[in-house]
Design a protein around this ligand. Structure first.
Ligand SMILES: *Cc1c(COP(=O)(O)O)cnc(C)c1O
Length: 464
């Protein structure tokens, strides 16, 4: 097993090298040279495993023996000890054909914890065993930043700088990031939107001299390890549903922004997990829905919605899908990405469009629809959906599962993180103590313009 870039110009890389590289050194995204296949016998063997045991098996297919199994087991056990639910990612039934998988039982109440608790420990492990300097640089629409900071705060040998869009994240998201007082954390609040933050980060990672000089590491889903950690819960949900609804086809509806979480599902399916439909659920920032419908990938006007973690126009993982859509042809990916750079759009048609439409269903959820879905599920099922999960559920309702199937909607955040939207539904919720205590803590952040030079100055000052 080794890893290559979607643009074909990074030589074979090992697992740890890929983890440290983050964005491919040629500007592409790292993917396995060959996706390992899981057969019926493997599925049978894995059926009764806990989340942690399953993760150990799945990582074993990718880590190349670079991390001894005992070490990996310890890393995994440590990472999920902080979760509030013994199952880590429990699956709950809402009605006969709809389940939710709750991915928000980690320290910051959003699904990002699933991958980032592990990545925090893995960075500490690599720093310890290989003497690597770890300076993490990331952009967040709100949840990645909180999770990544929680994963590495106070850890020796690691510093972390997170860019978030100024006043465009929820209050709880902002507090989770900015109330952390550890000296190894820098929060830059960027006057712009998430796409501006992500662009600056990608530009820094593309400057190989800078990346090398400051030992910059990625926690965004451009990092393949984050994707891999997220494939585990697709397998886990599949096994739970085999018990709950044996013989039924299983689809997933996935609230999507950067195409990371849904790509993890696509990878699980490519590995051989029998997934029926993968539903891309977006909010009004629906570039991905338009791509699946019309074959045109073109950013529209940025919209601020009730689901701010999905307020993204340029989905960085989409490049990974393009790579597989065209049969792993790095040359084709290079020309599409060059066209995107030059003309601001990618167009596909014919066989490619048909393939994309076979691989995914897609639906963009409007603001009112999001709120009415929250109200409906609260009234009819006594279950409070956060606005991102509500997009997933609304997309499932619009697209439907197979007649003889069930759908698992991924619940990506706890509703307490997005009380702004919940209150608009006239619902009062009780906050978990970990969240209500945030409101009394002092905040630390630096507000900057959305300029590459200004961000760079702050980053250099912090990492000196
Ligand atoms: C990040 C996030 C998403 C979108 O996930 P992607 O991997 O970017 O597609 C959805 N919901 C919540 C709550 C998030 O934090």
């Amino acid at each position: 097993m080794h890893f290559v870039s979607t643009r074909g110009n990074v030589g074979d890389a090992g697992f740890i090298q890929t983890f440290l590289m983050g964005l491919g050194n040629d500007g592409g995204l790292m993917v396995p040279h060959e996706v390992p296949l899981v057969n019926q016998d493997n599925l049978k063997e894995w059926e009764g495993l806990s989340f942690q045991e399953l993760m150990l098996e799945i990582f074993g297919l990718f880590t190349n023996g670079e991390i001894p199994r005992e070490d990996m087991k310890q890393l995994i056990d440590d990472s999920y000890a902080s979760f509030r639910h013994p199952e880590v990612t429990p699956v709950r039934k809402l009605h006969d054909s709809l389940y939710v998988m709750e991915l928000f039982h980690g320290p910051t109440f959003a699904f990002k914890d699933v991958a980032l608790q592990l990545m925090g420990n893995l960075y500490a492990y690599v720093s310890r065993t290989r003497n690597e300097v770890i300076h993490i640089l990331g952009a967040t629409s709100g949840d990645t930043g909180a999770s990544a900071i929680s994963g590495v705060r106070g850890k020796e040998g690691i510093r972390i700088c997170i860019l978030h869009p100024h006043q465009r994240v929820s209050k709880v998201q902002e507090l989770q990031m900015t109330t952390v007082q550890d000296e190894n954390v820098l929060n830059l609040s960027v006057k712009g939107n998430f796409d501006d933050c992500q662009r600056i980060i990608k530009e820094m990672f593309s400057d190989l001299e800078l990346k090398e000089k400051y030992h910059l590491r990625a926690i965004n889903s451009i990092n393949f390890v984050r994707i891999l950690a997220q494939t585990v819960y697709y397998f886990y949900a599949y096994f739970r549903l085999q018990q709950e609804a044996p013989g039924k086809k299983i689809s997933f509806s996935v609230p999507t922004g950067n195409f990371g979480d849904i790509f993890a599902g696509y990878l699980a399916k490519k590995m051989g997990l029998p997934i029926d439909k993968l539903i891309i659920a977006t909010n009004e920032n629906n570039i991905l829905e338009r791509f699946i419908r019309e074959g045109v990938y073109k950013p529209g006007d940025f919209r601020s919605t009730y689901s701010p973690s999905m307020d993204i126009q340029i989905a960085s993982n989409f490049e990974r899908y393009l790579y597989y859509m065209c049969g792993e042809d790095a040359g084709a990916v290079r020309s599409w990405m060059a066209a995107f750079q030059a003309q601001g759009e990618i167009r596909i048609s014919g066989d490619y469009l048909q393939k994309a439409q076979r691989d995914f269903a897609a639906y963009g959820v409007g603001g009112e629809e999001c709120l009415s879905t929250i109200s409906k599920y609260s009234a009819e099922y006594g279950y409070l959906l956060d606005p991102h999960t509500a997009c997933g559920v609304a997309a499932y309702e619009a697209v439907g599962a197979a007649a003889d199937g069930v759908c698992v909607a991924l619940s990506t955040a706890h509703p307490a993180k997005f009380d702004e939207a919940i209150r608009l539904c006239d619902i009062e919720q009780e906050f978990p103590a970990e969240i209500s205590s945030l409101f009394d803590k002092p905040q630390r952040q630096t507000v900057v313009e959305h300029s590459y030079e200004e961000v760079l100055k702050q980053v250099e000052h912090f990492l000196q």
